[in-house]
Design a protein around this ligand. Structure first.
Ligand code: GLN
Length: 490
């Protein structure tokens, strides 16, 4: 087996037994990136030299007997997580040359464990999108079929994991941006509870929804990454001061007696492809056989999630993105004659069409006279969506649904139709609106050989139950062991 094909836990065992060195592992992953990048285009910045230097430090740490789960493990980081001295673009022209003077808290945590960063990966500009086609830098392809999108917005993170161009990665999820690309690329993705992981140093999109989380080759790796990045941070006022369990130590594959809620609203969702329905029903049958109880539940306000999200997220974005004015950050249009023209031209040239659309929608929804009709109404619906979940978790431990209505669509298929693109987020948005954790685990393939994901949503801070429920399925079915054939190294 090639070293880049290893999972984090497999590589950890080899590093611990000194059968391989961190330098060998990192060099192999960097070589894999060189081979696969022309076909996948996952990376915005590759940090080869820095990665090898970090690997050497990890080898010293291992020699000194101080190995942790991520010591010497090569990871990819979504390009909206600030990395000290390393370009952080948000896949936007406006930040094309932005070099943060500080590390995000999650980066500090990874450095402390001796993890290696091999590069920064592509995304939809400012994380706005579901296909990574809104990147202002490059077009990432789905490693399973290069005519298809990898999903988004963390499309680079998911594609890099699926194509073995890193052992694991970090993404961010505001409305599905970890779970949806994970599903489309056949990897595991976790959106933690709001407040579980510090967002200090995460470039803000919609602050009441954003969370950082892991994308990984299997549930065990996701548990390792989640343990490493979770925890209270005084620099993020929304982070919650609660002990972090060792999610790896807590992994169990028993689902006996587990109550799995099946929302009736999602049973009848229109536009769900037969491939997705079949794979999800197959998962339900598995859980029943394994001793879990399937419970019918209702999330009556779920159908309003898309409308509420696409008012709240743009509203917050319009405020968060006001800082990119050509003065404080990033690019400035130098041709403008007046200050107002400078603002106007900097933002018109620096932001892509989807980001501009969101700023306009959000500004409108917040403006005097419309605030009550749009933003306030959406916030009230959000409260109802949250109350639905609280009620549901009285009678079930986990909620099961598809991640996406269809497998990954073709590049260009939805770019002219933002509404269709927004509607594809129907299953993922509610977890962000409510603040609960959600996970995507591979659950099968479409007739065309594209991966399908299963979504599990859990109660606040109950990531362990989500991981365990997914682990039971993964260990029994083995879908996660399949890798895209076209890119298999010879
Ligand atoms: N697809 C959603 C959007 O475009 C979610 C994006 C995200 O989670 N960052 O807003």
């Amino acid at each position: 087996m090639n070293l880049h094909e290893l999972t984090i836990h497999q590589a950890h065992d080899l590093l611990k037994n000194k059968e391989i060195s961190a330098r060998e592992l990192t060099a192999d992953v960097l070589a894999r990136i060189s081979d696969a990048e022309p076909a996948v285009d996952a990376y915005i910045t590759i940090t080869g030299d820095a990665a090898l230097a970090q690997a050497d430090m990890a080898d010293k740490q291992i020699l000194a007997g101080d190995i942790q789960s991520l010591t010497g493990i090569p990871l990819a980081i979504k390009d909206l997580i600030c990395t000290k001295g390393i370009r952080t673009t948000c896949a936007s022209k406006i930040l094309e040359n932005f070099i943060p003077p500080y590390d995000a808290t999650v980066m500090g945590k990874l450095h402390q464990t001796g993890a290696v960063m091999v590069g920064k990966v592509n995304m939809d500009e400012f994380a706005m999108g579901s296909s990574t086609e809104n990147s202002g830098i490059k077009l990432t392809k789905n490693p399973w079929n290069s005519a298809h999108v990898p999903g988004g917005s963390s499309g680079g993170s998911a594609a890099a994991v699926a194509a073995d161009m890193c052992l694991g990665s970090l993404g961010s999820d505001t409305g599905g941006s970890i779970r949806q690309p994970a599903a489309h690329c056949g990897v595991v993705g976790v959106k933690p509870t709001y407040g579980r992981v510090s967002r200090f140093g995460l470039v803000a999109f919609a602050s009441s929804l954003d969370q950082i989380g892991p994308l990984a080759k299997d549930v065990t790796d996701a548990a390792i990454l989640l343990t490493a990045i979770s925890g209270y941070d005084s620099k993020d006022s929304t982070s919650v001061n609660r002990p972090v369990p060792d999610y790896l130590a807590g992994l169990s594959n028993s689902v006996k007696g587990l109550r799995i809620g099946i929302p009736k609203e999602y049973r009848t969702s229109e536009g769900v492809s037969p491939d997705v329905t079949a794979a999800v029903q197959n998962a339900m049958a598995f859980y029943k056989d394994a001793g879990a109880t399937l419970v019918d539940i209702s999330l009556p306000h779920a159908p309003y999630a898309v409308a509420a999200y696409y008012l709240i997220a743009p509203a917050e974005a319009s405020s968060n993105l006001a800082r990119y004015d050509g003065v404080k950050y990033g690019q400035r249009d130098m041709d403008a004659g007046t200050l107002l023209d400078m603002y106007r031209q900097t933002r018109s040239k620096g932001f892509g069409p989807e980001v501009q659309r969101r700023i306009l929608l959000g500004t409108y929804a917040l403006s005097a006279g419309y605030y009550d009709a749009y933003y306030k109404k959406a916030s009230q619906i959000r409260t109802l969506i949250k109350a639905d979940f609280v009620k549901a978790f009285d009678v079930c431990d986990v909620i099961l649904s598809p991640v996406t209505p269809t497998p990954a669509f073709k590049i260009g298929e939805n770019t002219d139709d933002p509404l269709t693109m927004y509607l594809s987020d129907i299953f993922t948005l509610s977890a962000n609106l409510a603040g609960i954790p959600g996970l995507s685990v591979p659950c099968g393939f479409s007739k065309d050989g594209l991966p399908v994901g299963l979504q599990l949503m859990g109660n606040y801070f109950d990531e362990q139950t989500l991981l365990n429920t997914a682990y039971a399925f993964e260990q029994a079915t083995g879908f996660h062991t399949k890798r895209p054939e076209i890119l298999k190294a010879s």
